[in-house]
Design a protein around this ligand. Structure first.
Ligand code: UN1
Length: 492
């Protein structure tokens, strides 16, 4: 029997009597990691109302004081980093160094946001009239729904939660079901840090049951979502009817361009990490290699040599390069895409199979896969979200940019070249929220904005100081100390 966990509402862990439950399991071993409440719409309503009650007092808590609580949370995350990192690895399968990296990204961001409590900058601008001041304030929106994915089960919820909390919002947190244990542990960190009751509430369970409540309830003022494009589109449409602010972070089809003058070994290292890190299950994962014809054979020879030594296995074991994919559903979808690739005539250069035998039989292990493809095939345009990379031959820089941009997404992008002019041209011309020069498509840092264009998002950014914008309203204030009626636009 798995350990049972409840919902966290109003500062209390509760297990509603007769609640339906579900378990999460390790995608490498099948081991159960906990039993969780499948929240109902009524539970979601209760969490929203509780967050709303807590809002008045939390918004009036001075932002630097809110920051102190976040700083304590960062300390607890630090103290529990190894343990939480191993929960990430156990529950979604990325290798332990990446599991710990997930937690480190949360620590970095929570620390960073704690200091924002002493800024929350507005603008002071001159008035056109005498004896009058004009400035702006940042104010919280109210109750925020954070709907988060399983691929970064600690970092991504924290991007939303810490930014929402520092700005004075209260939160209802709805994590992906298959990383509910990470979500419980994360919530406990804030509880231990002394966050007042009701300020952060956790509801576990499926999006189809509680999602509607979170996107339509009038007390929810903002919805911040990271996940699949179809779900995001649904949320956006639903929430629009209630005029809610929605922030969406969705798919990617991120290219790594390798030009003829690139440092090839560096580009090989970057590609291994970008394409197969977290088993390709990052929104920022490299899924297309756009390789210049002059170095095509040489680069692939070096890459394939490295792939032959790539170790897929137990993600908790030191030395493993890649763990399983996160679930049976993921495995099915990825294997289907591999079949699609073969049917559309892409040539399998490496991998392509589900791994079996020994420990592989207990989990969802797929070989790192490399297709030689033509631009336009489905595998070169649709997000696979797995360890499947397509290489496309390109003749020159213009073609590389054209192919890179000819997809519906625009999250991350990368170019390997030693030509400084080309690097700057790439920065300008690649249609993506993020461009790396001589580095892989993954590895964003929290003090910079994160997000994408086209169908990756709806215009907002997470992380960096722009994260503050996501969760605040701007109040414009005019202070007239002339003691008479002054008429803007009319008086001179
Ligand atoms: C994601 O895949 O949704 O840049 C987030 C990176 C990580 C964050 C990825 N720091 O790959």
């Amino acid at each position: 029997m798995s350990e049972e966990f409840g919902l966290f509402i109003g500062g209390k862990w509760e297990s509603p009597a007769g609640a339906k439950r579900f378990v999460t399991r390790s995608p490498s071993t099948g081991e159960e990691l906990g039993s969780f409440v499948a929240a109902t719409a009524a539970d979601a309503t209760r969490a929203i109302e509780t967050a709303h009650k807590a809002f008045e007092s939390w918004r009036r808590t001075p932002a630097p004081k809110r920051g102190q609580i976040l700083l304590r949370a960062a300390e607890v995350f630090k103290a529990r980093k190894d343990e939480l990192g191993s929960f990430v690895t156990k529950e979604m399968g990325k290798i332990l160094p990446e599991g710990k990296g997930d937690v480190q990204e949360a620590i970095d961001f929570v620390e960073y946001m704690s200091a924002e409590g002493r800024r929350l900058l507005g603008e002071t601008v001159p008035s056109e009239l005498r004896n009058k001041y004009c400035f702006t304030l940042r104010q919280p929106k109210g109750v925020v729904a954070a709907i988060t994915p399983w691929n970064f089960p600690v970092a991504i919820p924290n991007w939303k939660i810490a930014a929402a909390l520092i700005t004075g919002n209260t939160v209802v947190f709805k994590p992906a079901t298959n990383t509910s244990r990470c979500a419980v542990e994360l919530t406990r960190v804030y509880e231990e840090a002394g966050l007042p009751p009701g300020v952060l509430n956790l509801i576990t369970g499926s999006g189809s049951v509680v999602g509607k409540e979170l996107t339509t309830h009038p007390l929810v003022r903002a919805v911040s979502f990271t996940g699949g494009t179809d779900t995001g589109r649904g949320i956006y449409t639903e929430a629009a009817k209630a005029l809610k602010y929605v922030h969406l972070e969705m798919g990617g089809k991120n290219p790594q361009i390798v030009m003829e003058d690139a440092n090839l070994d560096l580009a090989v290292d970057g590609l291994l990490f970008g394409a197969y890190g977290s088993s390709g299950q990052r929104c920022t994962a490299t899924s297309r290699l756009l390789l210049h014809k002059n170095v095509y054979d040489e680069f692939l020879a070096r890459f394939l040599k490295r792939l032959a030594k790539f170790r897929v296995g137990d993600p908790l074991k030191e030395g493993t390069d890649m763990g399983p994919v996160s679930s049976a559903d993921q495995e099915k979808k990825i294997l289907e895409y591999i079949e699609i690739g073969k049917k559309e005539g892409a040539k399998l250069l490496y991998g392509g199979k589900k791994l079996t035998g020994g420990l592989y039989d207990k989990g969802f292990f797929i070989e790192p896969t490399l297709f030689e493809a033509r631009h336009g095939m489905r595998i070169t345009k649709e997000e696979i979200f797995g360890p499947v990379l397509s290489v496309i031959k390109i003749s020159d820089f213009d073609e590389a940019v054209k192919v890179a941009n000819d997809v519906e997404y625009g999250l991350s992008s990368s170019i390997y070249t030693r030509d400084v002019n080309r690097s700057f041209q790439a920065m300008e011309r690649l249609e993506a929220g993020i461009t790396y020069i001589n580095a892989p498509t993954i590895g964003a840092e929290v003090q910079l904005p994160f997000g994408g264009i086209k169908n990756t998002g709806n215009g907002g950014r997470e992380a960096g100081t722009v994260a503050i914008e996501e969760f605040t309203e701007i109040k414009t204030v005019f202070v007239d100390f002339s003691d008479r009626l002054q008429k803007a636009q009319i008086e001179s």
